[in-house]
Design a protein around this ligand. Structure first.
Ligand code: ADP
Ligand code: MG
Length: 174
């Protein structure tokens, strides 16, 4: 498998966690667009958004997506990357896109346990349960539109990796 694999889905669906495990199983490079962007900018996403706004962050995110896309890579993307039609098109054209789909309750439980506010600044200003539910309602169709495959991300990371490997019939060691 040389085509890049893009993992998409809302905050807490496991893009970073599953991405690392998938890359390990497939002996691929792992890149996380949020982490890459933060280390390049020397600031957290929350700081970029606070100082320069969401529009600037989204532009940096698109640049990051293009910069990190390479063969034999698993790429964990930011939850909002699918908002831009050009990002959805870019990922579909350059690789295989997997939507890690999980119910609101699962996402809320994970985000409450590990909030990581620096990396996940509030999107709506609402309480976490309301925010997750609103954001998922707005974005679910876009995740599905971007994705070549949808997997059940409420399972354990190992099971999610296994679903992806099966879906792609990857020759991975998992
Ligand atoms: P994302 O990158 O999509 O925002 P993360 O990979 O950072 O999500 O996961 C958010 C939190 O949920 C982390 O604390 C992680 O350990 C946990 N987590 C992720 N995937 C799973 C899973 N499949 N089962 C249980 N916990 C998970
Ligand atoms: Mg992540």
């Amino acid at each position: 498998m040389t085509q890049p694999i893009f993992l998409v889905g809302p905050r807490g669906c496991g893009k970073t966690t599953v991405g690392l495990a998938l890359a390990c199983a497939c002996q691929s490079q792992f890149v996380d667009t949020d982490h890459w962007l933060q280390s390049k900018a020397g600031r957290t996403i929350a700081e970029i958004v606070e100082k320069e706004g969401w529009e600037t962050f989204r532009a940096l995110e698109t640049e990051t997506l293009k910069a990190v896309t390479a063969p034999s890579s698993v790429i964990a993307t930011g939850g909002g990357i699918i908002l831009a039609e050009h990002n959805r098109g870019f990922m579909r054209e350059h690789g295989i896109v997997i939507y890690l789909c999980a119910p609101v309750a699962t996402l809320v439980e994970r985000l409450e346990a590990f909030p990581e506010e620096g990396q996940r600044p509030t999107l709506t200003g609402k309480a976490i349960g309301d925010e997750v539910s609103q954001v998922l309602a707005e974005r679910d169709a876009l995740y599905r539109e971007a994705a070549h495959h949808v997997v059940d991300a409420s399972q354990t990371p190992e099971q999610v990796v296994s679903q992806i490997v099966t879906a792609l019939r990857l020759a991975c060691a998992s």
